[in-house]
Design a protein around this ligand. Structure first.
Ligand SMILES: C[S@@+](CC[C@H](N)C(=O)[O-])C[C@H]1O[C@@H](n2cnc3c(N)ncnc32)[C@H](O)[C@@H]1O
Length: 339
């Protein structure tokens, strides 16, 4: 069985909600292991979006499954998100799934799977599945050295070099942006510079696999203790305090919120549908969750989206050692694209 054959098979199935046949264009294979396939379907007619798990034999014999074990769900999360799961973590994930089942007041994993598969709640539940294996931890000015290098070397390069032209914006991408502290740090620094020296425009893209962190990022409301790492001058200029003193939250001003475009993107996807001429890509503290093969594949794809001379920033605890990539190191966990 290959992806095409499975899509053709699924295109003979009717939507569980409105009864209309699924259209091959609205079917995508998320992941499969042996005969167990996870397929995302969107009904063209009623727009219901769902996840289907099916055991598909080489003969085409298909059996839909709604009673996966914790271990099978954990394997799906690993395959789909790329997030590695050593045995100890697997036990932890299975435990978290059980907690999630209890939190929803369900009788057991079987009922949870029914929510995911029969009632098509995967989209809403996805955050909890991903949360079970990854951390969304982030902060403003995280690994601060990178922002110094950006402002002292990378941006001056862009402003003074041949790449500069009045109609070409400086393009930055925060891949795996979590709740937005990373792209907003970029936005604050660059907006601040733009106010002072002017003469360039900005495009900041920010993506993550998880829709719930993206919703939080777009809202741009943060606990006020996250301000601790923000320089006083930027705090004063770009954050507003909540009117409710008990809320202990701050919100970024519209100019910064509007400077960042958020979208959902799974780094495991074969292609990213993003501009190919990025000046700067930040992909930090995420590769660490993937196995080496997937790290290399993600980095190869990210490099395709960098212009020659563009910069790639990865997390301080991540490495490209031993990988064959078109980049040269220019600082701690910072690389420039060759060619
Ligand atoms: C620890 S946060 C890193 C946030 C930010 N880059 C930083 O360094 O502060 C890791 C993020 O990676 C996201 N993530 C995990 N797997 C992903 C994937 N396959 N594609 C895109 N994002 C993914 C998670 O949802 C999470 O928000």
């Amino acid at each position: 069985m290959d992806d095409r054959m499975v899509k053709e098979l699924m295109a003979t199935v009717n939507c569980a909600v409105c009864g209309r046949r699924y259209d091959a264009d609205n079917i995508s294979i998320l992941y499969h292991q042996d005969e167990l396939w996870f397929i995302s379907v969107t009904c063209e007619s009623c727009h219901t979006k769902g996840l289907v798990a099916a055991l598909i034999k080489a003969s085409g014999e298909t059996q839909f499954v709604t009673d996966l074990t914790e271990a099978e769900l954990a394997r799906f999360i690993e395959g789909y998100s790329g997030i590695r799961m050593p045995p100890t973590k697997k036990t932890m994930v299975e435990g978290r799934l059980r907690r999630r089942v209890r939190a929803l007041g369900l009788s057991g994993l079987q009922q949870y799977c029914q929510l995911l598969f029969d009632q098509h709640l995967l989209d809403q539940e996805f955050i909890h599945l991903i949360d079970a294996v990854s951390t969304n931890k982030t902060e403003f000015f995280r690994e601060e050295q990178h922002f110094h290098l950006l402002m002292e070397q990378v941006v001056p390069d862009f402003l003074n070099g041949g790449q500069r032209s009045t109609d070409r914006p400086l393009k930055l991408w925060s891949a795996a942006c979590s709740t937005g502290a990373e792209p907003y740090t970029l936005a604050m620094l660059l907006e601040d510079l733009r106010q002072r020296v002017g003469g360039f425009s900005l495009s900041i893209f920010a993506t993550d696999i998880c829709t719930e962190v993206l919703a939080k990022a777009k809202a741009a409301i943060f606990p006020d203790d996250m301000l601790d790492s923000v320089p006083m001058e930027l705090r004063r200029r770009y954050f507003m305090r909540s009117r409710d003193p008990d809320a202990h939250t701050v919100r970024l001003v519209p100019a910064i919120r509007q400077a960042v475009r958020f979208g959902r993107l799974n780094l495991m996807d074969e292609s990213y549908g993003m501009p190919q001429d990025m000046d700067v890509i930040f992909c930090r503290n995420t590769l660490i969750y993937f196995d080496r093969e997937r790290q290399q594949a993600v980095l190869e794809r990210l490099c395709r989206h960098l212009r020659p001379g563009g910069y790639l920033f990865i997390g301080h605890s991540e490495t490209t050692a031993g990988m064959d990539l078109p980049i040269r190191q220019v600082g701690p966990s910072v690389f420039t694209k060759i060619g």
